[in-house]
Each structure stands twice: as structure tokens, then as C-alpha cells.
Design a protein around this ligand. Structure first.
Ligand code: MG
Length: 390
């Protein structure tokens, strides 16, 4: 049996929490901004009433108030959202210990082992929605699919207050004619490049030859294809003890074959560093110790850990530190099949990252967020990759 991964995403979370706390805000266009000054901040959340009038996250509040002068501006109250988020987390844990807090208002649950106990995925989902509505007066959308990203996509298609439970064949069917930019959150430039190759839909990307994708987009192309094939198998990351932070955050990747192509290897290290950084920020963590390992899959490999003075949650930093470790290993040229990057010696990061992430989050699939933000240039213009990597 394939895995049953549930994605739970609160609907317009910050705004819903505010509307619930203050009845005067209910049914009204509400915008949540990062600072007290209503004219000089960035919108980090908007109620559905505000979204219906054209307000988008990450818009400047000035612009939002011009579009919608009747919108009610509420300064963000991070503590309130984090508190509610923790309460929701506790409810989710009553269905399975395998709950990953993906962001302040998004969670992944691996319910593969829970359906026996609760009857079905549908039962769990309906029960959860009811309990969250009763406890907090807010709604959420739920998707259940074989992988994390497909579950997340199902939620996107069904918001707000939605529920969609699908198997792999159904996901593939939905993806078949879905425009490429829908699933990937791909920006206009990357979309144009896909279109130039005749790839308009996720179904077309799923069928596209690996080598051509690799030539045009590097590893991200292969990764996006895996998403379209519902083969993005990453595990739900959960921790047995509530409130116990992870000891380390890492990512590894097995390449298709052993390679000594240094730019290719470095682009993978960069991608892994970015993925680790993003996860650190999602979890509100930063770390000082970087662990890098590489193996050719046959006779061992290289591995080294180094502790730096300054903690980091920045992908570019982590990447540079990996390069430093590679220099320390005395390896001018790597031959690898498996690469891994992890960060440990973790501590709490500055809380303003919560907002920064929140702003970005709603625009794109989180897992491909970095493609637009950091990789947009190198996926589109290979020359920029060279500039970034060397
Ligand atoms: Mg949400």
C-alpha cells in the first residue's frame, strides 16, 4: 500500500484568527501587516473578503488600501498565531505521532498507519476539520495523497474549507492537463522556458526526457519532473517529544550516476544547502555546525563536520561553508553518487523570519520556493549559475 500523506493548511490563518478574536472583523476585508504603521508595511495575510477584492499577500499596505479603502488594517500579533498553531498541532497529534509542522499554518501528517484505527482518511479529515472549527472557529483545507507535494497541491486546488483525497492515479490525472505554472509556482520566466520546449502542462513535463530537462534546467528540472510523476518521496518529519527541537536538519540526494562533473556536483550541493536553509527557517532555527558528505557509492567517500562561529539559516552561507569543508578535505575534484548536507548545533532563530517566510509562502509551493527566489536566475540563465557557484 502506498503512503497516505495528509496536508492540513489553515485558511487565511492570521486573518481568520483575528476575525475569530474580534467579532467586529468577521465578514469584513481584513489585512494583516507586519508593523503598526498601516501605510508603510507589507501585507502578510488577508481575509478571504479582502482577497476577493484583489488584495494579495506581500502587497504594500498602501497599495492594498488604495485598491480597497474599506479594508481594516490589523497589526500582526505573532504570539497569538504561534499559540493557536501549537494548539492545532496538539489536536493533530491525536491522530498520529507523525506530524510535521511545515509552517505556522501548515502541517503534514503521515496517516498510513492511522486509518486502521480511525476507519478511513475521510473520517480523520472530517473529524479534524470539525475539531478545529469547534475549538478555534476557523476553517482549514485538507488534502490526502501519496506524497507531500501532491497532498499540498490538492489542498491548493480546493481552498478554502476543502477536502480532497486521491490516490496516485487520480493525482496523475489531475496533473495531466494542469498548466505547468500551477503546480510549480513557477515564475513567468521559467514558465516561458518550459513553453519554449513545448511543455505546457504537468502531464507533458512528466513525459519529458531527463537528459533534455537536465541540459536546460539542471537538477531542478529533474526535481520538478519527479513532482509531476508523484515521485517526490520525502518523509514526513516528526519528533517524538513535543517541543523538542531537532538535533540536526539535513538533506541528501542520490544522483542518477557517479559523476565528476564539478559544476553539476556544486549545483547539487547548492540546492541541498538551500533546501536545508529553507527547512531551518520553517522551523525557526539556525545552526553553527555544518556536516558535508559525499560518496561515490562504492568505496566510501568524504565526510567532515565543522563548527563555525556564527549560526546561519542562509542557503548561500551553508553552501559556502560546504565549499570550505571540501577545501579542508583536500578534495580539488569530487567523484560522487551521493551527496549530503546537514546543519546541527541548532538554536532558535530571530522571530522576524516567521514573517518573511509567511510572505513568500502563499505565493508558491514552498518546496520550489527557492527556485523562484534564488534559483530563478540559474534555472533560466545557466551563466548566472556559474557566477553563483564559482
Ligand atoms: Mg494557509
Amino acid at each position: 500500500m502506498s503512503a497516505l500523506i495528509m496536508h492540513v493548511d489553515m485558511d487565511a490563518f492570521f486573518a481568520s484568527v483575528e476575525q475569530q478574536a474580534n467579532p467586529a472583523l468577521r465578514g469584513k476585508p481584513v489585512i494583516i501587516g507586519g508593523r503598526d504603521n498601516k501605510y508603510h508595511s507589507i501585507i502578510c495575510a488577508a481575509s478571504y473578503e479582502a482577497k476577493a477584492l484583489g488584495i494579495k499577500n506581500a502587497m504594500f499596505s498602501q497599495e492594498a488600501l488604495r485598491i480597497c479603502p474599506q479594508a481594516i488594517f490589523v497589526p500582526a500579533n505573532t504570539a497569538k498565531y504561534v499559540y493557536t498553531s501549537n494548539q492545532i498541532f496538539t489536536i493533530l497529534k491525536s491522530y498520529t505521532p507523525q506530524v510535521e509542522k511545515f509552517s505556522v499554518d501548515e502541517f503534514f501528517l503521515d496517516i498510513t498507519g492511522s486509518v486502521g484505527l480511525f476507519g478511513s482518511a475521510e473520517n480523520i479529515a472530517q473529524d479534524l476539520k470539525r475539531r478545529i472549527r469547534q475549538a478555534f472557529g476557523i476553517t482549514c483545507s485538507i488534502g490526502v495523497a501519496p506524497t507531500k507535494l501532491s497532498a499540498k497541491l490538492m489542498v491548493k486546488l480546493k481552498k478554502p474549507d476543502g477536502l480532497l483525497i486521491v490516490d496516485r492515479a487520480q493525482v496523475l490525472e489531475i496533473l495531466q492537463d494542469l498548466p505547468i505554472e500551477k503546480i510549480c509556482g513557477i515564475g513567468p520566466r521559467l514558465k516561458k522556458r518550459f513553453h519554449q520546449l513545448g511543455i505546457l502542462t504537468c502531464g507533458q513535463l512528466a513525459q519529458y526526457p531527463d537528459d533534455i530537462l537536465d541540459d536546460h534546467f539542471g537538477v531542478t528540472g529533474l526535481w520538478l519532473k519527479a513532482i509531476c510523476l508523484v515521485q517526490d518521496h520525502s518523509a514526513v518529519e516528526y519528533f517524538e517529544e513535543k517541543n523538542t527541537p531537532p538535533k540536526s536538519v539535513g538533506h541528501s540526494q542520490t544522483l542518477r550516476e557517479v559523476t565528476s562533473d564539478q559544476p553539476y556536483i556544486r549545483s547539487w550541493i547548492y540546492l541541498l544547502a538551500e533546501m536545508v536553509a529553507q527547512r531551518l527557517r520553517q522551523k525557526g532555527l539556525q545552526g553553527r555546525t555544518i556536516y558535508f558528505y559525499a560518496s561515490d557509492g562504492f568505496e566510501g567517500g568524504y565526510a567532515k563536520r565543522k563548527t563555525f562561529h556564527e549560526p546561519t539559516y542562509d542557503g548561500q552561507d551553508i553552501y559556502q561553508r560546504c565549499l570550505e569543508i571540501i577545501r579542508l578535505l583536500g578534495q580539488a575534484s569530487l567523484t560522487v553518487r551521493v551527496l549530503g548536507v546537514s546543519v546541527s548545533n541548532l538554536s532558535a532563530a530571530d522571530s522576524h523570519y516567521l514573517f518573511e517566510e509567511q510572505n513568500k509562502r502563499d505565493r508558491v509551493l514552498k518546496a520550489v520556493d527557492q527556485i523562484n527566489h534564488r534559483f530563478g536566475d540559474w534555472t533560466v540563465v545557466p551563466a548566472a549559475l556559474k557566477a553563483a557557484v564559482y
